[in-house]
Every structure is written in C-alpha cells, then in structure tokens.
Write a protein that binds this ligand. Sequence first.
Ligand code: NAD
Ligand code: AHE
Ligand code: ZN
Length: 375
Amino acid sequence: MKTRAAVALEKGKPLTIAEVELEGPKASEVLVEVKATGICHTDEFTLSGADPEGLFPAILGHEGAGIVVDVGPNVTSVKKGDHVIPLYTPECRQCPSCLSRKTNLCTAIRATQGQGVMPDGTSRFSLEGKKLHHYMGTSTFSNFTVLPEIAVAKIREDAPFDKVCYIGCGVTTGIGAVLNTAKVEPGSKCVVFGLGGIGLNVIQGLRLAGADMIIGVDINNAKKQWGERFGMTHFVNPKEVGSDLVANLVNMTKRGADQIGGADYTFDCTGNVTVMRQALEASHRGWGQSIIIGVAPSGAEIATRPFQLVTGRVWKGTAFGGARGRTDVPKIVDWYMEGKIEIDPMITHTMPLPDINKGFELMHEGKSIRSVVVY
Ligand code: NAD
Ligand code: AHE
Ligand code: ZN
C-alpha cells in the first residue's frame, strides 16, 4: 500500500514529505493507522546525527496513537479496530528481561529494532524502490506503520489520539521516572534539570508522589511559569546564580539539625553530561539518587569524583520511565481520562504532516513544549 510519511533522507536535513510504499503485516504483526504523533527531542537527536544508532534514510517518530487496521497471522492480543499506542519498549512477557521483573527493557526484538528493521530482518518501507529504515520499531511519522503485536498497547476507545499520543513517550517517561525508577516518597525534596516535554512530566509525577520541594532548573526563563503550572515550587536559572549552581541547590535543600543540604532525588532531562554531573552532585550525601533521563550524543561520557558515590549518592538511568508498556500504558491513559494527570496544556502546537518541520523549529527555538502532528 501507499502511505504519506515524513522521511529523514539524511542527517541534519529537514524531513521530506513523500508517498512511500508499505508492505502489510506478517506473522505476529499489526498494521496501524497512526492518527497523531508527538515530536520528542529524541527524534531531533537522531535527525541531527548525534545518535550512534541513527540510520538514514529512515522514518522517525515514536510517540504515536492510532487504530489497528489489519493483523497478520497468529495475532491474538489485539484485533482490527482496537485503539493502540505503539511501544518503542515492547513487552513480550517471555524474554529473560521481562521474566526477571527487574526491568522494563524487553529484549525480544531490541537487536533488529536497532538495525532499523522488523524482527524478520526486513524493512516494510520503501521509496522509489529504495529501502527506508524503521525507527525505534515505531516510525510514527508515517500515516500507516507496521509493528509487532508485542509493541502495541491496547487503550480505551474514548481517549483522544491527539492527546494520548504523548503517553507513547514523554508523559510515561517523566511520570514513570518518578514513580517506577526513583520511587519518590511523600515529603521529598527534588530537583528537575530541563523543563521541556519530559521535565514537566517529571514535575507532575513529583506532585502526584507528594514531594514537598520541587526545584526546576532551566536556562530558559520562560520555563518558570511552565514549571509552576505543574507543581514546581522554586525555579533556578543557572545563568543567573553565578558560578556554583550545585552549591546553590545544596543550600536551598538544607534540612535538619546538621543543616546538610542536597536533594533526595534529582532528574536530568537535558541530555547534557555537564548537567548530569551537577544533578548527581546536588543530591544528598548518604542517600541522594540522581536519575538520568536525557539522551547524550555519540561519544559523550559522564564523570564525577568517585567520592560522590562512595559517600552514598546513586546514579540511575531510566528508559520509558521504567514502564512495561502493554501493562502500564493503558493505566496511564485511564489516569489522564480520570483527570489524575494533565496533558492538554503541554501540547502547545498541533500541525498537519506537511508542516512537521515547523514542529522541529519550534523545539529549537524553545517555543514549544510538545508539538503534535495530526494526520
Ligand atoms: P526539550 O527540548 O523539550 O527540553 C529540554 C529542556 O532542557 C529545555 O527546556 C531546555 O531549555 C533545557 N536545557 C537545555 N540545556 C540546559 C542546561 N544546560 N541546564 C538546564 N536546562 C537546560 O526536550 P525533551 O523532549 O523534554 O527531552 C529531554 C531529554 O530527554 C532529551 O535528551 C531526550 O532525548 C530525552 N528523552 C529520554 C527518554 C528516556 O526514555 N530516557 C525519553 C524521552 C526523551
Ligand atoms: N540510540 C541511542 C540511545 C537512545 C535511547 O537511550 N533511547 C531511549 C528512549 S528515548 C525516547 O525518547 C531508550 O529507550 N533506551 C533504551 C534502548 O534500548 O534503546 C544511543 O545512544 O545509542
Ligand atoms: Zn521520546
């Protein structure tokens, strides 16, 4: 079949809108009509050429929602007409990782996903006879896409696609980092670095968890009112606090008789390795945990004095907020529909597919929280 898509022909170039060829679903696969997709910073990261796994030409996009329109042989868990969210972190419930109960990082199809192909080693997308790579196993910048059935979460039918697509990455990542990865306790003091599409969801996750102090850190002052909108209690612009941001944050989080400062939990939502170090070092001696969410460019490395870890601070990372997609995503959709979490105000811009490059420009300019393409 033919489908409209935004194609990343080469790194660093705007996407090209084209009619591409898409082969139908094979065994254990489904064909999904994507109704809406968010644009995440990770799409920009890969398009820029900073992703060591980046492949071109490719159809990017990993934050979608849509309807199953066809199923291949042996598909049992979803059917035509089901509303679904594609999962870049699938949940097979059979691999050693899924069975371990210690991680959400299902390994069933990770190898082929990283090679930009379906589990049988082939691509279903082509343009003028030339193969196009899939991306993160989802390729939601195409109006129709093919996914393994273990990589879709079935959701309720009254949930609006143009909002719940954001649960396909940003919402789940931010809230999940708080609830699943950090397991933040009520009364905690926390610092969130980077108040974009992920950081604001960390903030609303911290509000849900009952954190007492939520300090937001961003180099863009326009993010102050955004953070406050979702529960941030204090804002710091690193450019305005002089040379020592960490000392400043430690001072703000002092407590108890000994007046030792440091946050119980810090979160990096920037992908900047200097910020990651600051986030670790702003956490409390003895028990502070720093959660890395941001994705750093090829070749980047994190550093700190080992003393920071010897004295009890913990560095952790999280992908997709530690969520098991087929189990947890439908619940997060329920939370949204029941008003427990907010999504609508964070979707600052919507656009049709031909305007998708505008969404990337708004992100570069720091003018959007989330742009959503509606097909
Ligand atoms: P975004 O562009 O919407 O937001 C980034 C924010 O960081 C912006 O507000 C920006 O002003 C701020 N910032 C930049 N440099 C800073 C600095 N030095 N100090 C403080 N703030 C700074 O991006 P996003 O969509 O929120 O994504 C954030 C990061 O999370 C990206 O690296 C993205 O790739 C990553 N990500 C990871 C996962 C995961 O599963 N681990 C999921 C989604 C996104
Ligand atoms: N390909 C990159 C890593 C990118 C990365 O870490 N992706 C996150 C999701 S970001 C969503 O916006 C992820 O799921 N990681 C776990 C995994 O298995 O990829 C690189 O650096 O090689
Ligand atoms: Zn993402």
